[in-house]
Design a protein. Structure first.
Length: 132
């Protein structure tokens, strides 16, 4: 049996991760796995492991302000590993110039600012996975 498709959350703030996980489980239901990484390096290892095991990650949500690897750098790495995945940057501190730069370099589906509106998040997730 193939692994379920997964959405990957990458954020170094535990409360954000918990909140996003709850929203995503409600939006996506049991047909999806929700993977979590608290850093860029952890995310890359998780992606390699999950995809190497036959799984797919059609959607990634990444915070901009993380240490030591910022979200824009992580998105560049993820573009190489997951070129077909939709990528959403969620941040309260992103530099607009950096966001514009990353939009031109990766398949950024959307930028959302923190705090996000739950209904907007749900619509965005539904659109990103093709359910809209």
């Amino acid at each position: 049996m193939d692994p379920l498709p997964a959405v990957l959350i990458v954020d170094d703030e535990p409360i954000v991760v918990v909140t996003l996980r709850v929203h995503l489980r409600r939006i996506l239901g049991p047909e999806w796995n929700v993977l979590v990484a608290h850093s860029g390096s952890e995310a890359l290892q998780l992606v390699d492991s999950y995809v190497g095991g036959g799984g797919s990650i059609p959607l990634v949500l990444v915070d901009y302000q993380m240490h030591p690897m910022r979200g824009d750098a992580l998105l560049r790495h993820l573009q190489e590993r997951l070129p077909e995945s939709n990528k959403i940057m969620i941040s309260g501190q992103a530099d607009l110039e950096a966001v514009a730069d990353i939009i031109s370099q990766v398949k950024l589906f959307r930028y959302m600012s923190k705090p996000w509106d739950p209904q907007d998040l749900e619509r965005t997730i539904q659109q990103a996975i093709g359910r809209a």
